[in-house]
Design a protein around this ligand. Structure first.
Ligand code: ADE
Length: 268
């Protein structure tokens, strides 16, 4: 897969592209990342890439001409999805990463936090994407996050072919607990089932651990996860366990409240 990244700060990508999985994917020809400096497409003497907004209001906006010139000259009329990174965009998800990994070529324009001239959207952008509800100083980090998450879905990029579908979210659940050697550390033992070599039992334990973790941390994900009868039953048990704990916490709080009130009464 080929990425065309349009940025004012191409050097920011260097370390991310030259380590670990992205480095290997590039060396093996599975991934190509071309960095284009938007400044190279500014034609005035000072190579201006940003200007204050019309109508005032402070801050600087990325100018339309250098970006449009850059994108058009690199894509040469080819129909390629052009993503603009922006906090106002559609939320990036694991599903979107898997979908985008089907594209042979993808362009990403790294916005700046103060914004981009609206005509960039009108002329070249096909999709606007945000990586979360917070504001970054620029779209470079967002582009790197997307690049990494998309590359994990490309064939042969991950060593173990099973890893991507097992990632948190791919199965609709968060990943459960994992352990490696030693089998005991500071009195904490690895669950016995993982040491015994019964693959069926290990698979069941892992699924249960994932279900438990998802239930505890992101229960809304369970609404769209595909679950077996046995898993629904387990969730029912977890819900009961949770309700019992909540009731006992309420009881504890009420008791504490009563004790505090008595203590207050005592004081006065
Ligand atoms: N640029 C600034 N903040 C961003 C965000 N949350 N996602 C994508 N691009 C951004």
């Amino acid at each position: 897969m080929r990425f065309e990244i349009f940025t004012l700060f191409p050097a920011m990508f260097e370390s991310v592209l030259s380590e670990s999985i992205l480095k290997r994917a590039r060396e093996r020809g599975l991934l190509q990342v071309n960095l284009h400096n938007i400044r190279d497409y500014a034609t005035d003497k000072h190579r201006t890439t940003d200007e204050p907004p019309y109508g005032g209001g402070g801050g600087m906006l990325l100018k339309v001409e250098p970006i449009v010139r850059a994108v058009e000259s690199v894509l040469q009329g080819e129909r390629v999805p052009v993503i603009l990174t922006a906090p106002q965009g559609e939320r990036f998800t694991q599903r979107m990463a898997a979908e985008l990994a089907q594209q042979p070529r993808l362009a990403i324009i790294c916005g700046r936090y103060e914004g981009v001239d609206e005509r960039v959207r009108q002329l070249v952008v096909t999709r606007e994407v945000s990586i979360g509800d917070y504001v970054l100083s620029g779209g470079e980090l967002a582009a790197m996050v997307m690049l990494d998450a998309i590359a994990r879905h490309l064939p042969n990029v991950l060593g173990n072919a099973e890893s991507a579908p097992n990632d948190s979210f791919s199965s609709g659940l968060l990943e459960g607990a994992h352990y490696t050697r030693p089998s005991e550390f500071r009195g904490l033992r690895v669950p016995e089932v993982l040491l015994q070599g019964d693959h069926g039992a290990v698979a069941r334990w892992r699924r249960e651990s994932a279900l438990r973790r998802t239930w505890e941390r992101r229960p809304e994900l369970l609404l769209s996860a595909s679950l077996s009868e046995a898993e629904r039953y387990l969730l029912g048990a977890l819900a009961e366990e949770w309700a019992a704990r909540a009731a006992s916490a309420r009881h504890e709080a009420a008791t504490l409240g009563a004790i505090n009130s008595l203590a207050l009464l005592d004081k006065y």
